[in-house]
Every structure is written in structure tokens, then in C-alpha cells.
Ligand binder design. Structure first.
Ligand SMILES: Nc1ncnc2c1ncn2[C@@H]1O[C@H](COP(=O)(O)OP(=O)(O)OP(=O)(O)O)[C@@H](O)[C@H]1O
Ligand SMILES: [Mg+2]
Length: 321
């Protein structure tokens, strides 16, 4: 684990964004800066952190943790489905195949939980028993393990919009994805989730739920974006889950819930200008991201040194020269 002091020092050099010259226009997601170059998509994972569907601030080492954790998982799952990763020339950078994304986010859930509008617990709690076209039995409690994982797809919302619930039938009838392809996506998503759960279990973690993005690459189904990171997934500590669940306590988690709580304490729930993150919150969040990386991979987190901008630009130029 990195020393607090090291993390603190990197705060003045946080990777907010990056400008590359000679690689065309920059595209920006909430977390990644993207350059399209030839057949490639260069994804630079920055230190931006989002919650409430917006960027709230910057977390030291977050970009490198996410990028390298995805790299770990892409390697561990490539026998299940092809993925976009070509190379990782720098801890913050992924050179990927540029594919055509399907407009659906494949959310897989092993537990009935969640706080957001699209979570199944919110719907279940308000009395719904058919959610995302799936029938749920009576008598489930919050955070209970589901008999088997379910797929609860959503739209992939445009910038600023919120994801909407979908069902398999809607995806087909609205022609968002062709039936045979969607069937493959379902199979791949469940197999990925099983593999992820398995590996997490051996590391003392529960993979609670996650989101996959798929794309078409010359007729081939391809997993893109990121996989099993703390941005796209929720993790609980396995050893205390049972006891806490039995007592009606919330599981010990590695998700962004503690971040949301910090904002809630400041009376911020996603509308208007967010308050500035404190240094303490930035450091604590950084430690959580690094911790989950180390737990899952079983490797010590080797930090790319701040400031990162020059090194990143150099590594990309070198890779394509
Ligand atoms: N191999 C790929 N081919 C095409 N698109 C991809 C690929 N990998 C990732 N993407 C897209 O690139 C973007 C990654 O940026 P980022 O993760 O920051 O976006 P986001 O905040 O999740 O979503 P948005 O772009 O809507 O803000 C996503 O829109 C993702 O769908
Ligand atoms: Mg994303």
C-alpha cells in the first residue's frame, strides 16, 4: 500500500485531463480522455471521479488503478469473449480496438441491493415484483443473495442524461440489438460475472453487481470499456457479509457509497455545483481504490509517478512510432 504521504504529495499533480498533439481531436467521457487513431481508440483513464452521473473531483492514482485492474480482468476473461485491449503502454493508457458499441449497458446483479433509481432493491421495496421483465419472489430482504444472477439492462444514456431500465423484449422490439447477438451478450455477461465472482471469492470479496459494455468489431462480439473495476462494479467483504446481513446491517463495501454519504452530509445530492472534495476524502478514496486493486490482483500496486502528463504522452508516441 502506498504511504499516505506519497498520496498526499500527488494531489498537486492530479491527472485531470491530457492534451496529445498529432492524434486528432480529443473526446471526453466522464472518466476517460479518448483519441481515435487509425483503427485504434486510445483510452487515457484520468483521475476524475464521477457519482450522481457527474464528475465530482479527482482522486490520486485512480486512473492507473482502474486501467490496470481492467487489464488484469481482460486477461483473466479472454477465453470467454474477445475484448478490445491491445496494449497498455503506460499505467494510465489502454490502446484498444475501436469498435461499434451496442446502445445497451449489460448490468448483472448477484444480490438484490442498490440505492439508485435503476437498482432492483428500490423497485422491489416499492412493491414491484416484475422488474426488468424478471419475476422476483416475495420475502426478499435488502442485500440478499439472489438464487441466480440476473441481467438488468439499461440504455446507454447520452451525456448528462440518466440510464433507463430496459427488458430483453424491449431491446429486441426497439431493435437496439439483434436477437441472436443479444443472446450472445447475455451468455457472455453471465459467464463473465461467474468468472469474476469466482476470482473475487478466492480473494475474500463478493462481486455484488457490475456493468459490461459490448460492441461489434467486424462482426465479432467484443467486450469493451472496462471490466470489474470499482467504477463499474460493487464489491463487498465476504467474511463479514453473512453476519452483518443476519443482523440487518449494511455489508462492508468498497463502493462509492461512502463518497455519496460525505456529499449527503454536506446536503449535496447531485443537483447544482458540488462542494469541493476535502484532501482527507481524496486520500481516503485513493486508499480504497488501491486496496481493492491489491486485494483482487494479489499484487502490490506499483505506482506510476506523478506528474503523469509527460510520461503518458511520451509512451503513446513511442508506442505508435
Ligand atoms: N473499444 C471501444 N470502442 C468504442 N467505444 C468504446 C470502447 N471502449 C470504450 N468505449 C466508449 O468510450 C467511453 C469511455 O469513456 P468513459 O468511461 O469516461 O465514459 P462514461 O463516463 O462511462 O460515459 P460517457 O462517455 O457517456 O460520459 C464510453 O462512452 C465507452 O462506451
Ligand atoms: Mg465508463
Amino acid at each position: 500500500m502506498l504511504k499516505k504521504n506519497t498520496i498526499q504529495k500527488s494531489i498537486k499533480h492530479l491527472l485531470r485531463t491530457i492534451e496529445l498533439s498529432g492524434f486528432g481531436d480529443k473526446h471526453q467521457g466522464k472518466v476517460r480522455d479518448i483519441y481515435l487513431f487509425g483503427d485504434y481508440r486510445i483510452l487515457i483513464t484520468t483521475d476524475r471521479i464521477s457519482a450522481f452521473d457527474r464528475v465530482l473531483g479527482y482522486i490520486p492514482y485512480k486512473g492507473q488503478v482502474l486501467n490496470q485492474l481492467s487489464q488484469f480482468w481482460f486477461e483473466k476473461t479472454k477465453d470467454i469473449v474477445a475484448n478490445h485491449l491491445v496494449s497498455v503502454p503506460h499505467p494510465n493508457v489502454a490502446v484498444a480496438k475501436n469498435a461499434r458499441p451496442y446502445p445497451v449497458e449489460m448490468v448483472v446483479r448477484g444480490y438484490i441491493s442498490g440505492v439508485t433509481k435503476t437498482s432492483i432493491w428500490k423497485a422491489y421495496e416499492s412493491g414491484e415484483r416484475v422488474i426488468y421483465g424478471i419475476k422476483f419472489p416475495h420475502g426478499l430482504s435488502k442485500n440478499q443473495k439472489l438464487e441466480r444472477p440476473v441481467i438488468t439492462p439499461t440504455t446507454k444514456a447520452e451525456h448528462g442524461a440518466h440510464d433507463e431500465r430496459l427488458t430483453r423484449e424491449e431491446i429486441i422490439s426497439r431493435k437496439l440489438v439483434k436477437p441472436d447477438i443479444y443472446h450472445k451478450m447475455e451468455k457472455a455477461a453471465l459467464a463473465l460475472f461467474a468468472r469474476g465472482s469466482d476470482i473475487c471469492k478466492r480473494k475474500g470479496l463478493i462481486l455484488v453487481d457490475t456493468k459490461y459494455e459490448f460492441a461489434d468489431y467486424n462482426g465479432q462480439l467484443m467486450l469493451i470499456d472496462e471490466i470489474h473495476t470499482p467504477d463499474s462494479s460493487r464489491f463487498w467483504k465476504a467474511d463479514t457479509y453473512r453476519e452483518r446481513f443476519a443482523k440487518g446491517l449494511e455489508p462492508e463495501n468498497f463502493d462509492k457509497e461512502f463518497l455519496r454519504l460525505w456529499y449527503a452530509k454536506k446536503n449535496y445530492r447531485g443537483d447544482g455545483e458540488p462542494p469541493n472534495m476535502s484532501k482527507e476524502l481524496q486520500i481516503a478514496t485513493s486508499e480504497r481504490y488501491i486496496k481493492i486493486y491489491e486485494m483482487i490482483t494479489g499484487r502490490k500496486f506499483i505506482a506510476g509517478k506523478y506528474p503523469l502528463v509527460k510520461e503518458i504522452a511520451l509512451s503513446i508516441k513511442k508506442y505508435f512510432s
